[in-house]
Design a binder for this molecule. Structure first.
Ligand SMILES: Nc1ncnc2c1ncn2[C@@H]1O[C@H](COP(=O)(O)OP(=O)(O)OP(=O)(O)O)[C@@H](O)[C@H]1O
Length: 255
């Protein structure tokens, strides 16, 4: 495996009407990592994902992908084509189509919906979909209309749809929010499976989930990198403790 970072962000700043939501943030990811990005509300975590996928632009700083591409000036679709996939909190699946059809559509993103559903599928394409269904644990749901899935299943379907496009780097924003404990556990296992071939960044508030699945955690505060390390190192850090204390839902994150 390459030792060069897959993503290298240096001194990234994102401003909204002069307010710096991200303020000189550094983030380096190695291929195959599952990195958790945590921090109090308003720390700039979601904005950091937004700037990586091109949804917002950096006012300054550099963002380098695969040691080769400067993505700071690229458009969102160009960044997606380079291999960065972004999943937002609300799932964007086609609720009137079956699980199988959703994956089929995601596989042939450049065709129209009608052309995709009418086209004859090759055996290889069918095999790819079946493999994806297996990975996201929805084989038994292949012919279920996506609108009838549970909340967790919808999230897994959307992750599956993103994977059909073979991204090298996957950005997930609070993937386990609203999930049951069993669904959360399954999602963690799915992420472990995904990083066998890809790199994943997860913005997360669920500290039990982070504790169970994180090897390396990045803590953001006021738009900057506050601390990076194992969950234990982060929990033992006094400054991190101070920042979290009194911050509502994350107040039990440390100690
Ligand atoms: N489009 C925008 N316009 C103006 N301000 C914004 C915009 N997006 C985010 N912000 C502000 O930037 C700051 C960082 O927001 P961001 O959503 O990145 O934080 P976060 O760490 O993801 O927080 P949370 O954990 O609550 O989701 C917040 O103060 C937020 O209000």
């Amino acid at each position: 495996m390459s030792t060069a970072p897959i993503l290298s962000c240096e001194k990234v700043t994102v401003a909204f009407d002069g307010f710096k939501a991200v303020n000189g943030m550094d983030l380096q990811l190695m291929p195959g990592e599952l990195r958790f990005l945590i921090g109090p509300n308003g720390a700039g975590k979601t904005t950091m994902l937004d700037v990586i996928c091109g949804k917002v632009k950096a006012a300054s700083g550099t963002l380098r992908f695969m040691n080769e591409f400067d993505i700071s000036r690229k458009k969102e679709y160009e960044i997606a084509e380079l291999g960065i996939g972004r999943k937002f909190q609300a799932p964007s699946i086609f609720v009137g189509l079956t699980v199988y059809e959703n994956l089929e559509l995601a596989m042939s993103q450049n065709r129209s919906v009608w052309a995709t559903l009418r086209a004859t599928m090759s055996r290889d394409e069918h095999t790819r979909i079946m493999r994806q269904l297996d990975m996201i644990g929805l084989t038994h749901r292949a012919n279920t209309v996506a609108g009838g899935l549970s909340h967790g299943e919808k999230q897994w379907l959307e992750i599956g749809m993103m994977l059909m496009q073979e991204p090298s780097l996957l950005l997930l924003d609070e993937p386990v929010a609203g999930m049951t404990d069993t669904e959360t556990e399954k999602t963690g296992e799915l992420l472990q499976e995904i990083i066998k071939e890809r790199t994943v960044v997860v913005v997360e508030h669920d500290m039990d989930f982070v504790r169970s699945f994180a090897t390396k955690v990045t803590v953001m505060h006021e738009g900057k990198l506050l601390k990076e390390g194992t969950m234990q190192e982060v929990q033992e850090d006094e400054v991190v403790s101070e920042v979290y204390l009194g911050h509502g839902r994350d107040s039990r994150a440390v100690g």
